[in-house]
Design a binder for this molecule. Structure first.
Ligand code: ASP
Length: 323
């Protein structure tokens, strides 16, 4: 049997609904702990409660603690797989952070639930068991950090939460899942082609995320310049364009040494330097904006946060963001 470390961090999967008020909240005792025995028939499972946090309370500091915990357990306890239970709101961010920072090939599987533990049709226990099955599967080795919910296996890189309450919320737009969980098997039908990891000692940078909209002016960019963050990610329009009135402020921001990464607010496709009008992608590229490769805004923010620990050179950042 494989040695699997299960780390609970909180979220709906560990919460209970108050039957009188309907409020979903944390419980003194994590209800997931009662399923530890069921997991023992799948693997040699060690369970730890690292945090009891709703996922909007998770920051990059907790993500870094998780990364350190996983790497230490691999080294000292020779664990062969990891399962993390996590709130779904920021699950994709923690999964992606681990994907680009943990220096290991063992399966790391993140799961959660849309219904709390005592609601009818609670999906948490089932998702937890599926996640352990995937983590214990030989075919999950070397595929990067995976997200398993609702019988589907997704890459941390492509998965995103698409629905506020539906249990089929996690989808990988444009790519689809990597594989499926069925009663008898764990089946992968795609293989990720690229895995990038960065060896970082800390997370010390402040990177902001901004969404563009029709009629947006330069005032927010001006305000951001006064904050002097270490970097900015902009969810631009379409193929990577911004309203022209933003351009002078954007130029001033980049000239002041703050790297700006462009992604699209569309959830499919890439940003490219195609349009030659004022505020168009070609002009933004000439200004020194870094173009990303299909990541969504929240993940590009984490990638900039992580890569800035490695380099602040524009050319190198641009190269890394094309991976
Ligand atoms: N708001 C909850 C959280 O992210 C949602 C969930 O876990 O599904 O902690």
């Amino acid at each position: 049997m494989k040695k699997i470390l299960v780390i609970h961090t909180g979220g709906t999967i560990s919460m209970m609904e108050d039957k009188e008020t309907g409020a979903v909240q944390q419980n003194q005792l994590n209800p997931l702990l009662q399923h530890s025995d069921a997991l023992s028939s799948i693997a040699n499972v060690k369970v730890e409660e690292l945090f009891q946090l709703p996922s909007p309370h998770i920051t990059e500091k907790e993500m870094f603690i998780l990364k350190e915990k996983i790497e230490k357990s691999i080294k000292e306890d020779q664990i062969e797989g990891v399962v993390i239970s996590h709130g779904t709101d920021t699950l994709e961010e923690t999964a992606y952070f681990l994907d680009i920072t943990v220096q290991s090939n063992i399966p790391i599987v993140v799961t959660g639930a849309m219904r709390s533990s005592n609601e009818l049709g609670a999906d948490g226990p089932y998702n937890l068991i599926s996640a352990v099955r995937v983590a214990a599967s030989n075919s999950a080795v070397g595929k990067g950090v995976l997200v398993v919910l609702n019988d589907e296996i997704h890459t941390a890189k492509n998965v995103t939460k698409t629905h506020t309450s539906n249990i089929a919320t996690f989808q990988s737009p444009q790519y689809g899942p990597l594989g499926i969980v069925s009663k008898r098997n764990i089946t992968f039908h795609h293989v990720p082609t690229v895995r990038e990891t960065y060896n970082i000692e800390t997370v010390s940078k402040n990177v902001l995320l901004l969404k563009a909209y029709a009629g947006m002016d330069g005032s927010v960019i001006r305000a951001i310049r006064t904050l002097q963050p270490d970097g900015l990610v902009i969810e631009a329009l379409g193929q990577g364009n911004l309203p022209p009135i933003m351009v002078p402020e954007l130029k001033a921001l980049i000239t002041s040494g703050i790297p700006v990464v462009l992604v699209s607010r569309c959830f499919n496709g890439y940003v490219q330097d195609v349009y030659n009008y004022e505020g168009g992608g070609r002009q933004l590229k000439e200004l020194g904006v870094i173009f990303s490769n299909g990541l969504n805004g929240q993940k590009a923010r984490l990638k900039l946060l992580v890569t800035l620990e490695v380099t602040n050179k524009h050319n190198e950042l641009q190269e890394l963001f094309l991976k």
